[in-house]
Design a protein around this ligand. Structure first.
Ligand SMILES: [Zn+2]
Ligand SMILES: [Zn+2]
Length: 163
């Protein structure tokens, strides 16, 4: 995903990219497309980029162990600048351009931000009921006839002992 800088006028420009995740170096669990929208604002020596990405990643649910596609959305802001002393804390990253650079390549930034956007918990659904600890039945599809080991009142008694 390249943005040509030569000949670009001041002001706002927008770009849309659709790529396969593998084309930007994401690994095999990313086997679908990634959509990247960029709003670029050019000032005299700086290019301010707002980047939005959305894709899906093959995952395994922590609770029910089924495979699903996890939706990932992330947005971040980067400044590309020719000014080697430039800094701006409102932006996630500042990248320095050399005077002979005529384009911006955003693949690396996008790849890193997508990987950072993966949550610690992997759930097929926030309400996933998981597997029965006794018989392994996927409780999202049907319940099982196992008796819970402790009734609620016994559990509360146990908790009192522990704390
Ligand atoms: Zn699940
Ligand atoms: Zn069961």
């Amino acid at each position: 995903m390249k943005i040509k800088l030569s000949g670009l006028g001041d002001g706002e420009h927008s770009y849309s990219f659709n790529n396969l995740c593998s084309e930007i170096g994401l690994d095999t669990e990313y086997d679908r497309e990634i959509k990247v929208d960029v709003i670029l604002r050019k000032s005299i020596r700086q290019y301010y980029l707002n980047i939005n990405c959305s894709t899906e990643k093959k995952s395994v649910c922590d609770r029910c162990l089924s495979e699903f596609y996890m939706k990932l959305n992330c947005s971040f802001k980067v400044v590309y600048t020719y000014d080697q002393s430039f800094s701006d804390s409102n932006y996630d990253d500042v990248k320095f351009l050399m005077f002979h650079d005529t384009e911006i390549e955003i693949d690396d930034d996008v790849r890193q931000m997508v990987m950072l956007s993966v949550p610690m918990k992997s759930l097929c659904n926030n309400e996933c009921k998981g597997l029965c600890v006794l018989c392994g039945q996927n409780l999202n599809y049907s319940s099982c006839s196992c008796e819970p080991e402790f009734s609620d009142s016994q559990f509360i008694e146990l908790k009192k002992l522990k704390f």
